[in-house]
Design a protein around this ligand. Structure first.
Ligand code: SF4
Length: 370
């Protein structure tokens, strides 16, 4: 397939998760939703179930307002809205991790608001690195396994988890490679987002094969004229209107620290450990993320280092409204960028935003500084 055909395919998958859900159900597969962030997909995959990302959607919020106050992030609200309005009918369960206060509320509300889709909690420790933290994480995974066995009737096997870990590590590697190649063989911000977003809606085997094909196609093309290079950071940055403004201003995404994009692919599971221990070791090894306990705020330094290494002249922080973990980091990121002579702006976004005029003005001015 040509690069254009492949990008069209990624767009189709990213824009229509309902079609993928219908396809897997028609094939007789069972689907388990994985809410953000760091849901242990490998376990779900190892049990022959299809993990499918649930990061909400750009939809009006009505029913979810009966459960959430207005000042909670729209990712959570729109996941619940989709659940209440039946978008997830037919799936076997949803796994929701506990990594921020909003996520904790989502799980509790889900039980009452969407009784047709069982809620499976994944409770992570704050202190994930010491032995007791790893033991706690492993116990959380064991709880998820027991709940999955109950809802699916499938028996978990460690050997199958080892196979799934290899599948997921291979996918992590191909996504890291894509991020690097897409910066050298520039593709648009919207196209880049489609490649990342589509990973939530098809199996990792399918996605790895497609991304591999795209990387080979991009490598076969002449690099396009260099644009101004920037870095994106935040939880989510898939709003088409925002990405169109970035493209319109001639900005190329050189790298990202977005939770729904590169952040989730940085750390692999060690393959030489007992599989469940390895999965807990991966969580312990993860760093540089607003939802992971980080007393020294090393994430801030990493953003500056990555931006510099990728030749980015500036950083756009896409701040999901009412996301406390990201809001805490914002002033530190701005200060660190200033000290490193990187332009930096904070663009607030949520899933109900229609008018991006203010963002457009900020990004135009930012493009002059990059
Ligand atoms: S980390 Fe932020 S964006 Fe993600 S669920 Fe929590 S509040 Fe919402």
């Amino acid at each position: 397939m040509s690069t254009a055909d492949l990008l069209a395919k990624f767009h189709k998958i990213a824009a229509d998760p309902a079609a993928q859900k219908a396809r897997y159900l028609a094939e007789g597969r069972k689907i388990v939703l994985t809410a953000p962030v760091y849901t242990p997909e490998e376990i779900i995959h190892a049990m022959g179930l299809v993990p499918m990302g649930a990061w909400g959607a750009d939809i009006p919020l009505n029913e979810s307002k009966k459960y959430f106050p207005a000042f909670i992030c729209s990712i959570m609200q729109s996941i619940l809205e989709l659940g209440i309005t039946g978008a997830y009918e037919g799936v076997s369960a949803i796994v929701i991790p506990s990594l921020c206060d909003s996520l904790k509320c989502l799980g509790e509300n889900w039980k009452y608001a969407v009784p047709s889709v069982p809620f499976i909690p994944m409770t992570y420790p704050q202190n994930r690195k010491p032995d007791f933290g790893r033991a706690y994480t492993k116990a959380g995974y064991e709880r998820v396994i027991a709940d999955l066995e109950k809802v699916s009737g499938v028996q978990f096997e460690q050997e199958k988890l080892a196979e799934s870990i290899r599948v997921y590590n291979a996918h992590n590697a191909v996504m890291r490679e894509f991020a690097a190649v897409s910066a050298k063989h520039p593709i648009g911000a919207g196209e880049r987002a489609d490649v990342f977003k589509s990973a939530f809606f098809v199996t990792k085997e399918e996605h790895t094969a497609l991304v591999r094909e795209l990387i080979d196609a991009l490598r076969g093309e002449e690099p396009k004229a260099a644009k101004k290079r920037i870095m994106l950071t935040g939880i989510l940055a898939d709003a088409p209107k925002l990405l169109a403004i970035i493209e319109r201003n001639g900005l190329q995404i050189a790298c990202d620290d977005v939770a729904a994009c590169s952040r989730q692919y940085r750390t692999d599971v060690p393959e030489d450990m007992e599989p469940l221990e390895g999965l807990a070791a991966k969580f312990a090894a993860m760093d540089n993320c607003s939802v992971l306990y980080d007393a020294d705020k090393k994430r801030v330094d990493k953003i500056v280092q990555d931006a510099k290494a990728a030749g980015a002249g500036g950083v756009i922080v896409v701040l999901t409204k009412f996301c406390d973990p990201e809001e805490f980091d914002c002033p530190l990121i701005k200060r660190a960028c200033e000290a490193a002579e990187l332009a930096c702006i904070v663009v607030e976004a949520d899933r109900q935003m229609e008018n991006y005029e203010q963002a457009a003005t900020m990004i135009e001015a930012f493009a002059e500084l990059v």
